[in-house]
Design a binder for this molecule. Structure first.
Ligand code: UT7
Length: 347
């Protein structure tokens, strides 16, 4: 099922200006759920979860906390790290908007004191941050915006069936954000070509069957459980490895790098075994792959920006390092991008 991978190299070169990373921040809700907590109420075990996913614990937002609440905290930290409190656009990547309508980004913008700026959501499930990155970079390249706050935030706890052991053990809550500013393609922090792709023929692998126009237009009430997030794990796993590897190779090539040039890989934290398989197929040593999945789980659109912010604060991402971002998610969707890590203020 090979599909063409498209990069935005040509557009970027034409525009003559690039989006440059200027700040990063993240927020994880304080509530922690361990594998033992899950094993106490589901037919699973710490041993199964650790060996099959690499996850030991995850952060879960409590009752009354929605995606915008996490996103505002992450956005505030990213703005602080960037040293500037104003932006021209807020882009939110999420699968768990506060409401089906309207988008959540305008409310986030208002709560951050950014009322009046452009604000909208991007829906690409776990690839949302990379689709948002391409969108934000495009706004900057076109001159529509000089500064963009891009947030990836998800509260999977609001859509996971608490009885479903497949999804309960993997998915978690969190938010990560970056600020992008207008600059030039040769600066440290300039976002390189973004490679994106999709395969809607496999839309049913990851879905919430009820609540959208398809179910509502049927005139029938939803089936019990259809309001929850469903994932066909084994098939998704195979597609994830394939597309994380293919998009990574394509983004590295579009940047004019070789795979061996990559100093750090920041991949969507889907499952530690998926990350190991990707590392092996890319042929890069394990120490170049950053990971927080053991403590954070799979936080969907928040996964990459949370890892970026944490790794930046911990000194695991250092100025001058060549960084590869890659993600895969429902849709199906996938994407990858490159940048040379810039000097960032801790948020
Ligand atoms: O975020 C982007 C999209 N998501 C992903 O990329 C995630 C992709 N998929 C996965 O990470 C993995 O497929 C899972 C972690 C969801 C499942 O792991 P798996 O190794 O693929 O397990 P499986 O679905 O093949 O199931 C193996 C066995 C089954 O039992 P039988 O049929 O062999 O007797 C399952 O019923 O494990 C069983 N099982 C569990 N056992 C204990 C499934 N979930 C659990 C569980 N605890 N939580």
């Amino acid at each position: 099922m090979m599909m063409p991978l498209r990069s935005h190299t040509a557009d970027r070169a034409r525009a003559g200006r690039a989006a440059v990373l200027a700040g990063a921040g993240c927020w994880l809700p304080p509530g922690v759920v361990t594998n033992a907590d899950l094993a106490a109420r589901l037919d699973t075990s710490d041993e199964w979860i650790r060996s099959r996913t690499g996850i030991a614990s995850r952060h879960i937002a409590g009752p009354g906390t929605a995606t915008s609440d996490l996103a505002v905290e992450a956005g505030r930290r990213a703005l602080k790290s960037s040293g500037d409190s104003q932006v021209d656009a807020v882009v939110l990547a999420t699968t768990t908007p506060d409401r089906l309508c309207p988008a959540t980004a305008p409310e986030i913008a208002s709560r951050l004191g950014l009322s009046g700026c452009a604000a909208f959501d991007v829906a690409a499930v776990c690839t949302g941050f990379l689709y948002g990155l391409a969108t934000a970079a495009g706004l900057i390249a076109a001159g529509t915006a000089d500064r963009v706050l891009l947030i990836g935030a998800d509260t999977y706890s609001t859509i996971i069936d608490p009885e479903d052991r497949t999804t309960s053990v993997i998915f978690a809550d969190g938010a990560g954000a970056v600020v992008l500013r207008a600059g030039t393609p040769d600066e440290q922090g300039a976002i390189g070509p973004v490679v994106l792709g999709s395969d809607g023929e496999h839309a049913e692998l990851i879905q919430i069957p009820a609540g959208g126009a398809r179910q509502r237009s049927s005139g029938l009430p939803p089936e019990p459980g259809d309001e929850f997030f469903h994932m066909r794990g084994r098939e998704t796993y195979r597609c994830a490895v394939e597309w994380l590897v293919a998009s990574s190779r394509a983004a590295v090539e579009a940047a004019g790098w070789r795979i061996g040039d990559v100093d750090r890989v920041v991949a969507h934290q889907a499952n530690a075994r998926i990350l190991d398989a990707v590392a092996e197929r890319l042929g890069l040593p394990c120490e170049r792959h950053l990971s927080n999945i053991e403590r954070v789980g799979n936080t969907g659109a928040a996964s990459i920006p949370v890892l970026l912010a944490e790794a930046s604060q911990a000194g695991e991402l250092r100025p001058g390092q060549r960084v590869l971002l890659t993600a895969f998610g429902g849709g199906l969707t996938w994407g990858a991008a490159t940048l040379v890590w810039p000097e960032l203020d801790p948020s």
